[in-house]
Design a protein around this ligand. Structure first.
Ligand SMILES: CC(C)(COP(=O)(O)OP(=O)(O)OC[C@H]1O[C@@H](n2cnc3c(N)ncnc32)[C@H](O)[C@@H]1OP(=O)(O)O)[C@@H](O)C(=O)NCCC(=O)NCCS
Length: 219
């Protein structure tokens, strides 16, 4: 029997992840079935891409009792700390966060994925790397070996992340960005789209460019 999954979020990460789950399901490669989205801005019942908004974020607790599983995609560059805190305040048990790996992804056998992680098509994850809970590896992104990644990180499409890295909580690595090996990235930090990171980034800092330089702090 399929596990019904409610995805927190809306057009963007949530619809993209939902479509990948549906694609995997049609290939017979996952037991997850998207029930719809939990979203505080869209009308309940409205269809976003393929699936309906089935409730507000606060409805997660009720859906938990009804047997649903959950994936969180509500991550932002500014205000990420508050958004992640909102998700954590729901206190959904880890064993009801659905981890999804698309069948077109390569995940080395020794990779450890926390609960609620999503691994999209054409991702490559090398051995010994560990992701915390609720991380999103978006399409075509790659991560090297022996990295330690905190909870709720977003590795955007086509980003290339090196090896032996320590990445904090709620970090965003932008579209097509590159991170050199042996660096550390603080909690809630961001590397902008296309950035090439050659230095450590501190907590809350946003860096961009090639080579990446400090731009500003996240709000
Ligand atoms: C880095 C980032 C967070 C900055 O956002 P912002 O603070 O709104 O920045 P602005 O657009 O106001 O730009 C400020 C300056 O930084 C520059 N800049 C912005 N993003 C840049 C980037 N990725 N690389 C190089 N320079 C960048 C702008 O050109 C501008 O320069 P100027 O002052 O000389 O005109 C954002 O541009 C970015 O790259 N976000 C990630 C996008 C992404 O990965 N999306 C995936 C989601 S699915």
């Amino acid at each position: 029997m399929s596990r019904k999954v409610a995805i927190l979020g809306g057009i963007g990460n949530a619809t993209v992840v939902a479509a990948a789950i549906e694609h995997a399901r049609r290939l017979g490669a996952t037991d997850l079935e998207v029930a719809g989205f939990l979203n505080d801005r869209e009308e309940v019942g409205k269809t976003l891409d393929m699936f309906p908004v089935i409730g507000r974020v606060g409805d997660a607790k009720r859906l938990l009792d009804e047997g649903y599983w959950f994936i969180n995609t509500i991550l932002r560059i500014d205000g990420n700390r508050e958004r992640i805190a909102l998700f954590e305040s729901l206190e959904l048990p880890d064993d009801r966060l659905a981890t999804f790996v698309h069948p077109m992804a390569y995940v080395a056998p020794s990779v450890q994925l926390g609960p609620g992680c999503v691994v999209m098509p054409n991702v490559s994850m090398s051995p010994g790397t560990r992701l915390g809970k609720g991380c999103l590896m978006m399409a075509g992104s790659m991560i090297g070996h022996d990295d330690v990644v905190g909870d709720f990180c977003h590795i955007a499409a086509q980003a290339a992340v090196g090896s032996y890295l320590t990445i904090g909580k709620g970090v965003h690595i932008g579209l097509n960005a590159t991170v050199r090996e042996n660096l550390s990235i603080g909690d809630y930090a961001t590397l902008g789209a296309g950035g090439v990171l050659t230095k450590n980034i501190g907590e809350n800092e946003i860096w961009a460019g090639n080579p990446a330089a400090f731009l500003r702090y996240a709000d």
